[in-house]
Design a protein around this ligand. Structure first.
Ligand code: DX5
Ligand code: ZN
Length: 219
């Protein structure tokens, strides 16, 4: 039986009650904290940065999955390692020398993730797949929570799963954007390992139960 990992996205938490929401995730069946960092350049929005992540890290009892939606992410690899990041994900579209960036992330003792925008073909990762610990397939255009899921994602998951298997890689597939109970099962069936969910979890009347329901989706 496959254990699908659930990563609530803190972007959808109540920033005025951050500690309460972090404790909720700690006490839930969630596996990771998904933290979205936006620079207002790579994406048309600005979220939160280092001081906020430092505060989150103080209370979080589960791995930190940091999703950098920023240009030139190499500048901050060490900073995020020092903040206690477990998985550091950079965007394919923001890295001119992706292979070098992946090595730099690993050299800091973190798992290396690559996120791809909806228009980016998974085949572009074929030559680096063995160096990638996690591929984050964006199922919305990055920048905002609460958008609707792009259906073409299922096809991308299947194609990426084939590439991973053909290369004998152990890369995890993460889905980010618009994840709900309406698409979660089909995403797991297509070969996804990690589901990020922001508004679906934090907008629910009972977030803990919503996480538990997502966690119940098994193959
Ligand atoms: C979007 C972010 C997502 C976002 C997901 O740019 O990368 O992680 O928080 O939010 P929902 O689940 O609401 O689509
Ligand atoms: Zn994200």
């Amino acid at each position: 039986m496959k254990n699908t990992l659930i990563a609530p996205s803190i972007l959808a938490a109540d920033f005025a009650n951050l500690q309460r929401d972090i404790e909720m995730v700690n006490a839930s069946e969630a596996d990771w904290f998904h933290l979205d960092v936006m620079d207002g350049v790579f994406v048309p929005n600005i979220s939160f940065g280092m001081p906020v992540i430092k505060s989150i890290a103080k209370h979080a009892k589960k791995p930190l999955d940091v999703h950098l939606m920023i240009i030139d992410p190499d500048r901050y690899i060490k900073t995020f390692a020092d903040l206690g990041t477990d998985v550091l994900t950079v965007h394919y579209e923001a890295c001119t020398h992706l292979h070098r960036t992946l090595q730099a992330i690993k050299a800091e003792g973190m798992q290396a993730g690559v996120a791809i925008n909806p228009h980016t073909n998974v085949a572009l990762l074929e030559d680096t797949i063995k160096d990638i610990d996690l591929v984050c397939i964006m199922s919305v255009n990055p920048g905002f929570g609460g958008q609707s899921f792009i259906e073409n994602t299922y096809k991308k998951v299947k194609q990426l799963r084939e590439i991973i298997e053909a290369n004998g890689a152990t890369t995890k597939i993460e889905i980010d954007g618009g994840v709900t109970n309406r698409n979660a099962k089909q995403l797991v069936e297509a070969g996804s390992d990690v589901l990020v969910a922001g508004s679906y979890v934090f907008g629910a009347s009972n977030p803990t139960e919503t996480i538990a329901d997502l966690k119940k989706i098994v193959l």
